[in-house]
Design a protein around this ligand. Structure first.
Ligand code: F6R
Length: 615
């Protein structure tokens, strides 16, 4: 029997101890509302706030005239908004942005889905949907989409027809669904509630007087919300106008509320043309704020020298930050550091040695592969540290220790301030171990103004000869190579120009065959002891008539002869340890300006989603 026990602020909690399955997916967005207001503008507003995550279709469902009305379309939220009938005022509804996984980006695959009495929106993947589909086909269900979600919807309807208690239906689903799911569910005959169920995809419930909201991220919350709860895996239940009832394994849960501070600035470009440009421009202030917090308090940070070995894991830019971390820690602290792409590490045979530290780097704190690696490390008894931006994200909650990068909300899909603050924290961890680190601390204090000055240079002029190119090469050695990996990724993702990064000395082992007249090569030279080596590599491509943009540390300017480059950008000289925080700024702005001239959708590049990638 289910005992319902609800107090104003708390719901009884008894957490079921179920080990995580290793997979986690979410790239879509969920919103839901129950209250007294017309939910249509609230749903659209919530979906707009989730737009940055990347999606290709969107839809909503609301109770209307004893039925549920679904409106959905491929395209943007504005396309959905165009077809919504705002006369259909309703106080309960759910909405969704979909990033296609099972089935193409067509309206029939968009959410919400309906089967019988049930309407759902879903983030995640039901991996055993084909088995469930067989059962449903035998029971005369018909399907119009290719999605696993429609199957899940039909399965809920199938169970509900046998047992009219949705709470026990959802409990059954936590046993029968394999995969990941955050779902918001409406039932035709139950028009004052939205049901929820969650595993491995985030779902939060926000509240204020007389209203409850569901969302896949607090970013979608209305500013009216003052508190929220975070659902755990295998939680299920419902919200109505007054109450939230969440169960786990048949037991009503008590959840602590987290205070919600209005997400006012989440969707404000503050006058900038793009979020990416705004976020690039915020970097100086963020580093200043972090300096104020840490430079006199390095002792507060974890002492990584107590470990014999370090594994750093991450995806994309976070992986690149990890490579910077490897160079910093190995060169200055002598600890062996291995950096792994999370999607490789999770399936790789790892021979853990005694006293290993695993550092997971993630802006969102929700990346599926990175989470899987952490679970792997933890199940081997390894101490884990998260370097994470988003507070209360999954990674921040499953690691032994977390350092927040405090970059603030990052809306542009391509990370800039997220990456820079990851590099900053790794720099601090490394500097902390250097006995006389005064010079580095002093240089860190200069970084905010150096960043601001670099941002104000004319990048439009720097890229005016390359914005039409089809292939661009990025080269550097050592830590510059790591920075160039990030530079090349930035260009690829937002301008769609093929960019390839090579360790400068590696080019002649094959790839130099691609260099011909006017092929653009961007070179980065900031390390004193190997500057001449990189210059030689630059000369090799120049000898093949490449078009060269050189970014060089000011103090090395004298050794660069004018036959080495077509464009030269001198950047401020700081120690090798600090330089990666400086050299990434022009790389971000080269990518931004090339994408701008090419009229690309800079904040939402095609095919990409913010936060989390599927496995
Ligand atoms: C690139 C970018 C991605 C992310 C990667 C990891 O600009 O943003 O490569 O760095 O998807 O995401 P997080 O850091 O959220 O784990």
């Amino acid at each position: 029997m289910l005992v319902r026990y609800i107090t104003k602020n708390k719901i009884k909690i008894i957490t079921k101890n179920i080990s995580y399955l290793e997979r986690l997916y979410f790239m879509c967005g969920i919103v839901g509302y129950v209250g007294k207001k017309n939910c249509l503008p609230l749903l659209i507003n919530g979906l707009n706030k989730l737009e940055y995550r990347g999606y290709d279709s969107a839809g909503i469902a609301v109770f209307k005239d004893n039925d549920i009305k679904i409106t959905k379309t491929v395209g943007r939220i504005r396309d959905l908004d165009d077809i919504i009938d705002y006369n259909d005022s309703s106080c309960i509804g759910i909405g969704h942005t979909r990033w296609a996984t099972h089935g193409g980006a067509v309206t029939v695959n968009a959410h919400p889905h309906r089967q019988g009495d049930i309407v759902i929106v879903h983030n995640g993947i039901i991996e055993n949907y084909l088995e469930l589909k067989d059962i449903l086909l035998e029971n005369n269900y018909k399907f119009s989409s290719e999605t696993d979600t429609e199957v899940a919807c039909a399965y809920i309807d199938y169970l509900y027809k046998k047992n009219k208690d949705m709470i026990s239906v959802l409990e059954q689903c936590t046993r029968d669904f394999i995969g990941s799911y955050a779902m918001a569910i409406m039932v035709c005959s139950d028009n004052d509630k939205i049901y929820v169920i969650k595993k491995d995809s985030p779902l939060v419930i926000g509240s204020c007087e007389g209203e409850n909201y569901i969302a896949s991220s607090t970013n979608a919350f209305s500013n009216d919300i003052d508190r929220y709860i975070i659902l755990d895996d295998y939680d299920y239940g419902y919200i109505d106008e007054k109450d939230i009832a969440i169960y786990n394994n048949g037991i009503l849960q008590t959840k602590e509320y987290v205070r919600f501070n209005s997400a006012d600035d989440v969707c404000d470009k503050k006058g900038y043309k793009h979020y990416m440009l705004k976020e690039i421009n915020e970097q100086g202030d963020i580093i200043k704020k972090l300096n104020d917090k840490y430079l006199n308090n390095l002792g507060e940070l974890i002492d990584i020298s107590r470990f014999n070995e370090i594994h750093i894991i991450g995806c994309g830019s976070a992986y690149h930050a990890g490579i910077i971390g490897k160079y910093l820690i190995e060169e200055n602290n002598g600890i062996n550091v291995s950096v792994y792409i999370a999607s490789e590490y999770r399936y790789q045979k790892i021979n853990y040695r005694d006293n290993t530290l695993v550092i997971a780097i993630s802006q969102s704190g929700e990346t599926a592969d990175t989470i899987a690696c952490l679970k792997k490390a933890r199940s081997n008894g390894i101490y884990t540290l998260g370097i994470v931006n988003v507070k209360d994200s999954t990674i921040s909650r499953i690691v032994d220790e977390v350092i927040y990068t405090e970059a603030g909300n990052e809306i542009a899909v391509a990370t800039t301030k997220g990456y820079l603050t990851q590099v900053y924290i790794l720099t601090l961890l490394s500097i902390k171990l250097i006995k006389d680190n005064t010079v580095f601390i002093e240089e860190l204090k200069r970084v905010p103004s150096i960043i601001d000055n670099l941002i104000n240079l004319d990048y439009n002029d720097l890229v005016k000869d390359i914005w039409k190119d089809k292939d661009i090469f990025y080269i550097g050695r050592n830590i510059d190579y790591a920075s160039m990996l990030e530079g090349a990724l930035k260009l690829k993702e937002i301008s769609y120009i093929h960019a390839e990064c090579y360790a400068a000395g590696e080019l002649k082992h094959g790839t130099i065959s691609l260099i011909e007249k006017n092929t653009c090569v961007v070179g980065l030279i900031t390390k004193d002891n190997i500057a001449t080596k990189t210059i030689s590599n630059i000369k090799e491509v120049k000898a093949r008539d490449a078009y060269v943009i050189l970014i060089v540390k000011d103090s090395l300017g004298d050794i660069i002869s004018s036959d080495c480059y077509d464009k030269l950008l001198l950047i401020d000289s700081v120690s090798d340890i600090i330089e990666p925080m400086i050299s990434v700024i022009p790389l971000q702005l080269i990518a931004y300006n090339v994408a701008l001239i090419n009229n690309c959708d800079i904040d939402k590049p095609r095919n990409l989603a913010k936060s989390v990638t599927v496995e």
